[in-house]
Design a protein around this ligand. Structure first.
Ligand SMILES: NC(=O)C1=CN([C@@H]2O[C@H](COP(=O)(O)OP(=O)(O)OC[C@H]3O[C@@H](n4cnc5c(N)ncnc54)[C@H](OP(=O)(O)O)[C@@H]3O)[C@@H](O)[C@H]2O)C=CC1
Ligand SMILES: Nc1nc(=O)c2c([nH]1)NC[C@@H]1CN(c3ccc(C(=O)N[C@@H](CCC(=O)O)C(=O)O)cc3)C=[N+]21
Length: 283
């Protein structure tokens, strides 16, 4: 078994990114990433903290706007319109989930697709599915970089993605398909999930249930990617995969923490950098 060290790869890419950002600054452009956080979701707090740290280290302009849980949809949409028009910001990220009284769909639609560094706007989702990606969701994008870095050849391999969210499962499936894997998407209504999973060369798990995937889901030699971020009864961060049990079977496996999470943030930074760079050639 080899561990896929997402943290080490993220650190390596951060050094290269700093160099690219310094170069862009010579052209008078500093990448700017602004994050909007509505309410007090504790999981979001961790993510936002890590993001702030990485953005500052890369030399970005970076800001987090923390809004009260009671913020109205109208006020949030007005803020997004303001940020869309502000040239300082190349990336706008609205942390999900949002409070129930705010429509996620309306909010994601309001973000200028050119600043949608999450790649969640329908325009960007459509571009991805039609084979002309511009802004792509960071989590699956980071997974693709990890697979490439560890020499995983996807062509003709069978891949099972467990989870079909717009932010992880669906875009993940499309990216694997684009690399010529034969892709299956499983979800909560899938029958005989463990038997299906046992056939996969590549298994990506994004369901949000701690230690759900046990040894009987995994074929010997499979590549196992654990996207899950869950807290156990002691508040410890655990993945969707029962690591100790699955690790001896896998040829490659990501840990939690230190696997997919750090690369998600890295890809967000990379996309903000790319969006900033594109402003040089626009107009
Ligand atoms: N490390 C990172 O960078 C990131 C980590 N995450 C983490 O990844 C996990 C998934 O996130 P996200 O995609 O947003 O989650 P969602 O809750 O949006 O989606 C979960 C998916 O898992 C499926 N599912 C739930 N239970 C089962 C089950 N028992 N068997 C099979 N499928 C099941 C659901 O099926 P159905 O559609 O039928 O309901 C759904 O498609 C979470 O733990 C989240 O915290 C998320 C984003 C980034
Ligand atoms: N608009 C939006 N975009 C997102 O990309 C988005 C979101 N909303 N909402 C929540 C999920 C979750 N997510 C994480 C990313 C990185 C870590 C991360 O850095 N994890 C580290 C450290 C975790 C820790 O130390 O607690 C690790 O896994 O090693 C965690 C979680 C992004 N998401």
């Amino acid at each position: 078994m080899t561990l896929i060290d997402g943290k080490a790869l993220a650190d390596k890419m951060a050094i290269a990114l700093k160099v690219k950002v310094d170069d862009l600054k010579n052209f008078g452009v500093t990448p700017g990433l602004i994050v909007i956080l509505v309410g007090e979701n504790p999981a979001s707090q961790v993510y936002v903290r890590n993001k702030e740290r990485r953005a500052t280290a890369a030399g970005f302009n970076s800001e987090v706007i923390r809004l009260a849980e009671e913020t109205t949809e109208t006020d949030l949409l007005a803020l997004i319109a303001e940020l869309n028009a502000d040239g300082k910001w190349h990336g706008i990220l609205v942390q999900l989930p949002l409070p129930n009284h705010i429509s996620e769909e309306k909010v994601l639609l309001a973000i200028d697709p050119d600043k949608d560094v999450d790649g969640f706007h329908p325009t960007n989702m459509g571009r991805l599915w039609s084979g002309n990606p511009v802004m792509i969701p960071s989590t699956p994008a980071g997974i693709m970089v990890m697979l490439d870095e560890y020499g995983v050849d996807l062509e003709g391999k069978t891949a099972l993605v467990i989870g079909r969210s717009n932010i992880v499962g669906k875009p993940m499936a499309q990216m694997l398909l684009d690399k010529n894997a034969t892709v299956t998407i499983a979800h909560s209504r899938t029958k005989n999930l463990s038997e299906l999973a046992k056939q996969a060369d590549i298994l990506v798990v994004a369901i949000g249930r701690g230690n759900f995937v046990t040894a009987d889901f995994v074929k010997k030699g499979a590549v196992v990617i654990d996207v899950g971020m869950n807290r156990d009864e002691n508040g410890k961060l655990i993945g969707d995969v029962k690591f100790d049990e699955v690790e001896p079977l896998a040829s490659l496996i990501t840990p939690v923490p230190g696997g997919v999470g750090p690369m998600t943030i890295t890809m967000l930074m990379e996309q903000t950098y790319e969006a900033a760079k594109r402003t040089l050639t626009k107009n």
